[in-house]
Design a protein around this ligand. Structure first.
Ligand code: SAM
Length: 273
């Protein structure tokens, strides 16, 4: 029997969750604590929480003394969050869509942001791509996501799970599945199992990339047609056909066969061809 999160006791009874906002609230205090322990917030940290809901994680994060910037889109919830946490000077609430928030504006000095959230699963990829686009601003990202997607993030080449999420994640960070979470600890209960994933951007491997935009483009185009050989899926890249003779690269392969180093190599060869 999970120990009920204190914010859920008072707030949840009359609330009608919106499926379109992926509102599956965490009920179990132990899971909330486990997530906070995995993040290990320090008093100097600035933590951006995506979708705090009723504040299941927010209270534990604030207890660490960290500055917490909570970004919640649902006005019914921001009203409750304000009541609950407004007295805490370390708490800041942004009533907005996280995907529209300018992360640079949240930074204090040069210190990097730490991002966390039990997020709606349908925004997992846009959240990841938003963070990778400003990777220099973020030290780590910890999210509760669908278990099957978590497995894709840490997947290795030549497996079914290996794809665009694996390549981008492993290019910009060291991703790890921290633990799995049963669907029974949420209300309403989701249809899928979950896992908590941490992307450590400070531990990312250092790649020498000549043209980052080109590399991103290659990864996206090749996985958009993952059954096709690279020679075919990349043919719309500017001047691709003309550059082929200058490449020392097996273009008969499919993207799922390529390691991250090989994507970088292909992109660097194309950039200088
Ligand atoms: N963190 C809370 C918890 O664990 O109980 C709530 C989790 S619930 C899965 C997702 C939360 O994200 C909801 O509160 C929802 O309103 C909010 N949300 C949905 N889309 C959002 C967006 N684009 N930006 C910010 N918050 C969003």
């Amino acid at each position: 029997m999970p120990s009920l999160n204190k914010n859920m006791n008072v707030s949840h009874t009359k609330f009608r969750p919106k499926q379109t906002l992926g509102q599956n609230f965490l009920l179990d205090e132990n899971i909330c604590r486990k997530i906070t322990q995995a993040i290990a917030p320090g008093a100097d940290d600035t933590i951006v929480e995506i979708g705090p809901g009723f504040g299941a994680l927010t209270g534990d994060l604030l207890d660490s003394g960290a500055r917490v910037i909570a970004v919640e889109i649902d006005r019914r919830l921001t009203a409750k969050l304000r009541q609950e946490f407004a007295g805490n000077d370390n708490f800041k609430l942004i009533e907005n869509d996280f995907l529209k928030v300018d992360l640079q504006e949240l930074q204090r000095g040069k210190q990097k942001l730490r991002i966390v959230g039990n997020i709606p699963y349908h925004i997992t990829s846009p959240v990841m791509f938003k963070i990778f686009a400003v990777c220099h601003l973020v030290s780590d990202l910890t999210l509760m996501i669908q278990k099957e997607v978590a497995e894709r993030i840490v997947a290795v080449p030549r497996t079914k799970a290996y794809g665009i999420l694996s390549v981008f994640s492993q290019l910009y960070s060291e991703p790890k599945i921290l633990f799995q979470v049963s669907r029974n600890v949420f209300k309403p209960r989701p249809d899928v199992e979950s896992a908590v994933v941490k992307w450590d951007l400070t531990a990312a491997r250092k790649f020498k990339i000549t043209d980052e935009q080109l590399l991103r483009d290659i990864i996206k185009r090749s996985f958009n047609q993952r059954r096709k050989m690279l020679r075919k899926s990349l043919q719309q890249l500017p001047d691709f056909k003309e550059k082929i003779p200058a490449l020392n690269f097996g273009l008969e392969r499919r993207p799922e066969e390529l390691t991250i180093d090989e994507f970088v190599d292909l992109s660097n060869q194309l950039a200088s061809a």
